[in-house]
Design a protein around this ligand. Structure first.
Ligand code: DC
Length: 215
C-alpha cells in the first residue's frame, strides 16, 4: 500500500502572503500548490457570468447544482475550470468577484461542494493548500497546519502594491464572522506573523516546521 499524499494546510486572512508562501513550500517539497480561494472565486465569477444576483441564494444554489468543476495541475500549480471555462487571474481577481466572493463563500452548500472537491483532489496529489478553513475543516487530521498572519496595514499595502482593488477589511469581517467554517486559528497550527518578515524567512520557518515533524 502506498503512503497517503502529504497535505500541508496554510490558512490566514486576505493578503497575508499565504499564497506566495504555499507556492514556494509546494515547489520545495515537490507537491502541488492549491489556492482554495480560487475555487470560491471561480464559482463567484460563474454566478456573475450567468447574470445571477449573488444575494439570491436560491438561484445561486440552483446554478451550483448544474455546475461542474474541473481541478487539474499545471507545472505544480492547481488549475480550475468552472462550467468548462478555464479560469485565469483576470477573471479571478476582478473587482466584481472581489466584492461578491465573501457572501457567496458563506453559503454552507457552496462550501460543502468545494470542500468535497478539495478532499477528492488530495486523495491523489500531495498538496500545499491555502485558504481559510484548510486546517480547521478540510484536513483537520494533517499534522502540518500553518496560520500566516500580517497586520491589516501591511495587508492593505500589499494589495495596493499589486494594483488590485480589494475590500480586505470587509472580506475579513465576513470571512471571520460567518456561521459555517469561519476563519479561525486551528489549535495545533504554527502561527507565523509575516508583517515584519521577508518571504524567504517565512518559507524557511514553514519548511523547518514540516521537516521537523516528518522526523
Ligand atoms: O484567498 P482569497 O482572498 O483569494 O479568497 C477569496 C475568498 O474566498 C475569501 O474572501 C473567502 C473565501 N474563501 C473561503 O471562504 N474559504 C477558503 N478556504 C478560501 C477562500
Amino acid at each position: 500500500m502506498s503512503a497517503s499524499p502529504l497535505i500541508i494546510a496554510i490558512d490566514g486572512p486576505a493578503a497575508s502572503g499565504k499564497s506566495t508562501v504555499a507556492k514556494r513550500v509546494a515547489a520545495a517539497l515537490g507537491i502541488v500548490f492549491v489556492n482554495s480561494g480560487a475555487m470560491y472565486r471561480a464559482f463567484t465569477w460563474w454566478v456573475l457570468e450567468n447574470g445571477i444576483d449573488p444575494a439570491d441564494t436560491a438561484a445561486v444554489l440552483d446554478l451550483l447544482a448544474r455546475t461542474e468543476f474541473t481541478c487539474g495541475e499545471e507545472n505544480g500549480v492547481g488549475t480550475i475550470a468552472v462550467g468548462g471555462v478555464p479560469m485565469t487571474r483576470s477573471e479571478l481577481a476582478s473587482t466584481g468577484v472581489n466584492g461578491a466572493v465573501s457572501p457567496i463563500s458563506a453559503i454552507p452548500q457552496v462550501r460543502e461542494r468545494l470542500v468535497a472537491e478539495q478532499r477528492r483532489y488530495a486523495t491523489d496529489h500531495g498538496v500545499a493548500m491555502e485558504g481559510r478553513d484548510i486546517g480547521s475543516v478540510v484536513f483537520p487530521d494533517t499534522p502540518h497546519k500553518f496560520y500566516i498572519d500580517a497586520s491589516p496595514e501591511v495587508r492593505e499595502a500589499r494589495r495596493r502594491a499589486e494594483g488590485i482593488d480589494d475590500s480586505i477589511a470587509k472580506r475579513d469581517r465576513i470571512d471571520s464572522s460567518r456561521k459555517t467554517s469561519p476563519l479561525v486559528i486551528p489549535d495545533d497550527a504554527v502561527v507565523v506573523d509575516s508583517s515584519e518578515m521577508g518571504v524567504d524567512e517565512v518559507v524557511e520557518t514553514v519548511l523547518a516546521a514540516i521537516l521537523g515533524r516528518m522526523g
